[in-house]
Design a protein around this ligand. Sequence first.
Ligand code: CAA
Length: 388
Amino acid sequence: MLKVGIDDISLYTPAFYLDLKTLAKERGVDPIKYSKGIGQELMAFPSPDEDIVTMAANAALPLLERCAIEEIGTMLFATETSVDQSKAAGIFVHDLLGLKNNCRVVEMKQACYSATAALQSACALVARNPEKAVMVIASDIAKYDLESPGESTQGAGAVAMIVRANPRILEISATSGCFCQNVEDFWRPNYRQTPVVDGRYSTQVYIKAAQESWLDLIQNCDLQFDDINYFCYHLPFTKMGLKAHRKVARVAKSAKSVEQLEAQLAPADRYNRQVGNCYTASIYISLCSLLDNIKEDMANEKIALFSFGSGCVGEFFWGTVVPGYKQLLRTKRNIELLQNRKELSFEEYLRFYKTNSPDDGLAHSFDKETTGHFYLSALENHHRIYSS
Ligand code: CAA
């Protein structure tokens, strides 16, 4: 059977962050609620010249060092914070990267889940035509109402991947388990910039979806919980993954201790604790974190991934790490990206929050504040003008 999966992966997050200790002080909250209660430390926050397009293009640019643009037959762009109701955000990225005119581009949406739908679709496209690669991009800005319970779980980031035959990083299994149900836990009507959230309920829905997806997965293949040493979860906040993982372990009747279960997630949590929720990109940031932070060679190890999007769709799937994968990782670059960010004061955070993504339809120009290669320079006559 043809092997298909992730051949290359690259992440990007904005150049600025807010320390959650600063937010805790301003909101009169015990900082331990954020660090221990939800398991978050810093949240990435985009400057006004950054959006899902610039983050996506900045994530994808390094992929072109190893993949010829002629090979890319399709780009699938997953987001739930799109910049247009009609045009796919990926078309801007296609232009910024100089991809070929015969590369098809489409945007996909189902809350935080759609990047996994894109990845699975990419695998299917490659199986159909192994000569071509598919670029999958997940890019999102998680923005909640100020002073709402979700404020501490904001974040921003993008992950871009090349999916192709005989991949060099992670071979994706053809089997997975899914769960879909119509629920009202988190949604964003077209007239709102921020979501409507039933926070506590959304965590219950997430856990149920993880449990049901796991049960569906093991119906579809002979994988056992204890065959897997490491798991990546969609991480709106890192404690969420841990709660779901404990439930899945119980359902799977695993004898692993709480500490052992925590250890299965810790390396995959590390980057997410520093960037916050990135919706569609979160689970793939977690994958980068896992691959970068396990010092031992993980060749031939199985990794299980749980993808979740409110509303809701969940999917548990798995992959096998390809020998030699370490040479392909961008560990040093990823660590530097996180370390070189600038901390925002609370006032700067509020300025970014209020000036990001103007929706008044008027002309705006933006100073270059991001350190990213691509940036949004203006909105003019309802056009988005990007520069590099
Ligand atoms: N010290 C230590 N821990 C503390 C503490 C303190 N001083 N104060 C509170 N905590 C703990 C609480 O006990 C709780 O832990 P447990 O859940 O393990 O009991 C945790 O900190 C959070 O406390 P609260 O439940 O009181 O927090 P909250 O109600 O203010 O907000 C939230 C939590 C509802 C998840 C909120 O962050 C939210 O609405 N977030 C957005 C929605 C979301 O992320 N949902 C996740 C599932 S949906 C999804 O995954 C899709 C997506 O990306 C959005």
